[in-house]
Design a protein around this ligand. Structure first.
Ligand code: SF4
Ligand code: SF4
Length: 258
């Protein structure tokens, strides 16, 4: 983000990596990026020596104004950069998409996992050199390997299905939190922000009020309720999804407390 960019200049990090490359210690270098296309354009104009950019890209965030996946991707490609994809499954969210999206995918590929749709979407884009996918068990790894071993880019029909899914998700009421937990450490009240959002999504997405209240109780405690937030906004500065965390917490307090 913008502040980090200034720090890189201040600490001569660009010179450092160039030096490592000149010595043969590094073959290619790039950076991970969480802001918008304007800043990306500026960095790539200032530093044409960069080999690749790591971007958050998934089918749900292409037009999301706080992620700007499509605009960032297009900017990097315009500068001729290769791309490493992060968050292809949106922190696991797209492994369990809303019911309407599941029905769409199941009708075309009853045996393909929902995560596979997301990973294949990212890997089908031009200029992708790696798709990073967090995996938490062996079956997820086997699923990912089965798609990538004999990789087939999405065909025209599948691309259309993804577009329909994007349309549905555009109308989804879910809080788009990826549960990365970057926001949690700096919270002076110790509020379990992603767990609260996950509880809220149970109600917002599938109307499971009882399950939402139960999950909310598990996520909170004396002095750590959504209503205990003091609006210092430390969490919002750390959130790569640029979520209005304080607003969502206010909404959560109204929905699930009392
Ligand atoms: S704004 Fe609220 S939730 Fe965020 S860090 Fe401050 S107290 Fe915690
Ligand atoms: S930093 Fe943002 S996306 Fe990550 S867990 Fe916190 S609220 Fe969710």
């Amino acid at each position: 983000m913008e502040n980090n960019y200034k720090k890189y200049d201040r600490f001569h990090l660009w010179d450092f990596v160039k030096e490592q490359k000149a010595q043969g210690l590094v073959k290619h270098f790039g950076f991970s990026f969480h802001a918008g296309p304007q800043l990306l354009d500026q960095i790539l104009t200032d530093h044409p020596e960069v080999d690749f950019v790591q971007l958050q890209i998934n089918y749900a965030d292409c037009e999301n104004p706080s992620v700007t996946a499509r605009a960032n991707y297009e900017t990097a490609r315009r500068h001729g950069k290769s791309i490493v994809v992060m968050e292809p499954v949106k922190g696991g969210t797209l492994a369990n998409p809303p019911k309407a999206v599941k029905a769409l995918f199941d009708a075309y590929h009853p045996d393909m996992s929902y995560a596979s749709w997301a990973i294949r979407f990212a890997a089908s884009l031009d200029g992708i050199i790696t798709v990073l996918s967090g995996m938490s068990n062996l079956s997820q790894m086997e699923d990912n390997l089965s798609n990538m071993r004999h990789f087939e880019p999405l065909n025209e029909e599948e691309q259309k299905i993804i577009q329909e899914a994007q349309h549905i998700l555009g109308h989804s009421a879910a809080i788009p939190c990826t549960a990365c937990h970057y926001c949690v450490d700096g919270c002076p009240k110790g509020i379990a922000i992603p767990d609260i959002f996950s509880a809220m999504n149970k109600q917002l997405v599938s109307g499971q009020t009882e399950a939402a209240v139960k999950a909310y109780r598990q996520a909170t405690g004396e002095g750590r309720m959504a209503s205990d937030c003091v609006a210092c906004r430390q969490c919002e500065k750390a959130c790569p999804q640029h979520l209005s965390i304080t607003d969502y917490l206010k909404k959560g307090a109204g929905m699930l407390e009392g």
